[in-house]
Design a protein around this ligand. Structure first.
Ligand code: FA5
Length: 348
């Protein structure tokens, strides 16, 4: 058999095998077998050296044609098989959109975070800027710049976790008073800030105390700010959280960084002022500390107390949450029992 006839035979054989290939693996085998270096076509080409000079180009051309035809047929078949494989996969993966879905439990902000968000939103709506400080704080900002020099007896009011002798876990959000006073440009108007965050104290955990809890600091410093502004502001907060019927009462108190200092009570939500076990029969519940910013605090932060003054307050959202929802033990908020926590989900 001449080389040309042999090539024609190989072409028929190859085309048939390509046609019969039922998957991608098989078509790959056919390609290697027919067109590979050890395949029959290469073998035939090797025999060309025995041909006459006249015949050699003819056979060469034919051989190339056969090889191109087979290559094209293999590619077509491969594309066809790939499409078929894709169709089969899509068919197998068809989703029935009418099937009921698997419900996924959706998280909600923690109840204390909800209170924080509500208070912060309220102050933002009144034009306050939000300032978030660090939980690890320098002693200078937590105490000294708040008019609490070393050895001041009032340091005992807040038992402290120290990291180093000069660095501590902040015991209150009040360091943000000093930090913001230092930064504020009073030529642009008064400073109005709200600062939520976690604080730490070496308190023994009990029903109303936690060693880690939240505070929200608020401060307004400018010209002609009075105690009446403080009372009005606190009333807005109490009413936004607990409703219009509750009143605010200020009682004299002591904080080294405010003078005069007050503690604020709100009407007991449970008995509406008549007296009950929750308010220890006083009709009032204490929720925050506040006062007029002490001139020493202003001075230490570079603000002239002759020209500027204002009020500050620090409230405990954990206690607010207890009051709002009648929770009698603060530890419930921190024990992460979802059965307890999901009671406060707003979406229900
Ligand atoms: C302060 O921390 C002052 N920095 C507040 C302040 C700010 C006064 C600005 C004047 C001007 P006090 O230690 O009372 O104050 O804490 C404030 C509030 O934090 C309390 O009214 C209470 O709601 C909450 N709180 C205090 N200790 C705990 C605790 N261990 N666990 C939960 N809440 C607490």
């Amino acid at each position: 058999m001449g080389l040309k006839e042999r090539l024609a035979e190989l072409r028929e054989e190859g085309l048939q095998e390509i046609k019969d290939s039922e998957d991608l693996k098989k078509i790959n085998q056919v390609r290697v077998k027919m067109l590979g270096k050890k395949g029959p076509i290469t073998n035939v080409l090797r025999g060309m050296r025995d041909l006459s000079a006249e015949e050699r180009p003819k056979v060469g051309q034919f051989a190339n044609k056969v090889r191109d035809e087979l290559t094209a047929a293999i590619e077509n078949k491969r594309a066809e098989l790939e499409q078929a494989a894709m169709d089969a996969e899509l068919e197998a993966e068809t989703i029935d959109v009418t099937l009921p879905g698997t419900p996924v439990a959706q998280g909600e902000p923690h109840v204390i975070q909800q209170i924080i968000d509500q208070v912060v939103d309220l102050f933002v709506s009144m034009g306050y800027e939000v300032a978030v400080g660090d939980e690890v704080e320098q002693e200078v900002y937590n105490f000294e710049k708040l008019n609490l020099p070393k050895d001041h007896p009032a340091r005992d009011m807040q038992d402290t976790f120290y990291v180093t002798p000069s660095v501590l876990m902040r015991t209150q959000t009040s360091p943000m008073q000093a930090r913001m006073l230092e930064k504020h440009d009073f030529s642009q108007g008064p400073l109005k800030m709200i600062s939520p965050g976690k604080v730490y104290r070496r308190d023994t955990d009990d029903a109303t105390h936690s060693h880690q809890f939240n505070q929200i600091e608020g401060m307004v410093v400018g010209k002609h700010i009075t105690m009446a502004d403080l009372k009005g502001t606190l009333k807005v907060v109490a009413q936004s959280l607990f409703g219009d019927k509750l009143d605010v009462r200020l009682r004299p108190s002591y904080f080294p960084f405010t003078e005069p200092s007050v503690e604020a009570d709100i009407t007991c939500f449970n008995c509406m002022g008549k007296g009950c076990a929750i308010c220890k029969h006083t009709g009032w519940i204490e929720v925050l500390g506040a006062g007029m910013v002490h001139p020493n605090v202003l001075r230490m932060s570079g603000v002239d107390p002759e020209e500027f003054g204002g009020f500050a307050f620090g409230l405990g959202p954990d206690r607010f949450a207890m009051l709002k929802y009648g929770v009698t033990d603060i530890r419930n908020f921190y024990q992460n029992d979802v059965r307890f926590l999901t009671q406060f989900d707003r979406k229900g």
